[in-house]
Design a protein around this ligand. Structure first.
Ligand code: PGA
Length: 253
């Protein structure tokens, strides 16, 4: 089977104001108009407050919008939460679930990540399920065991009919926002291990599911990482806030 089309997803985290996001998106779309990125799909994973304006600006373009989190509940008395139905209604395509910052600062575990991913899929959006080991776990030779355990628990009971309905992002925690990056060989090995697990868990779609790498991806290292067979795109934090860097990474895909 041919490799899945790459997905270059910028994770803005809690950065930029909604008004700044509008001018940034206009500039991105103007640049893409002049010089389209051929190879893959682009996505911007932004705060909830940015989604309505950015989604309408990007409607019908090659840029999809995504949220950084979602409630595990369908609707009701959950003050402060945002439901999958609300995100879908805006035209949101992707929802990141289980980012390591949610796991670290909000105590999210694999069972909650699994419930959120199921909710996202039930509303016709695509979860980007994040997994990754801590430095100490890698140093102890346990990276693969930790990551595959996270994948298996996070995907429990999910049965996407279409490979495009699921994305898994491997983000070694020690590489996020640190300037440290996994070697291309380590990213490739983890991608291959996740792919083997998916073939067992979801045999009909496994080969087409996009596996992203995240953790200090930047223009200087993107081409080598994205050339690995089981690295089908990136989840890019810091570098995605700079238009030139984001476009340079997309061009490397
Ligand atoms: P980074 O973040 O590119 O700034 O390391 C990646 C992420 O957290 O998704």
């Amino acid at each position: 089977m041919s490799r899945p089309q790459p997905l270059i997803a910028g994770n803005w985290k809690m950065n930029r104001l909604p008004s700044e996001a509008v001018s940034w998106t206009r500039e991105l779309l103007a640049r893409l108009d002049r010089a389209p990125v051929e190879a893959g799909e682009l996505a911007l994973i932004v705060p909830y407050t940015h989604l309505p304006a950015m989604t309408s600006l990007a409607f019908g373009t090659q840029v999809a919008l995504g949220a950084q989190d979602v409630s595990a509940h369908e609707e009701g008395a959950y003050t402060g939460e945002v439901s999958a139905a609300m995100l879908a209604d805006l035209g949101t395509r992707y929802v990141v679930v289980g980012h390591s910052e949610r796991r670290a600062y909000h105590g999210e575990d694999d069972a909650l990540v699994n419930a959120k991913a199921a909710r996202v899929m039930a509303h016709g959006m695509v979860p980007i399920v994040c997994v990754g080991e801590q430095r100490a776990e890698r140093d102890a030779g346990r990276a693969e065991e930790v990551v595959l355990g996270q994948v298996e628990r996070a995907l429990q009971g999910l049965a996407p009919a279409d490979p495009a309905a699921l994305v898994v992002a491997y983000e070694p925690v020690w590489a996020i926002g640190t300037g440290l990056t996994a070697t291309a060989a380590d990213a490739a090995a983890m991608g291959a291990a996740i792919r083997r697990l998916l073939r067992r868990l979801l045999p009909t779609v496994a080969d087409g599911v996009r596996l992203l790498y995240g953790g200090s991806m930047k223009p200087g290292n993107a081409a080598e990482l994205l050339a690995q067979p089981d690295v089908n795109g990136g989840l890019i934090g810091g570098a995605s806030l700079q238009l030139d860097d984001y476009l340079a990474i997309a061009a490397a895909a």
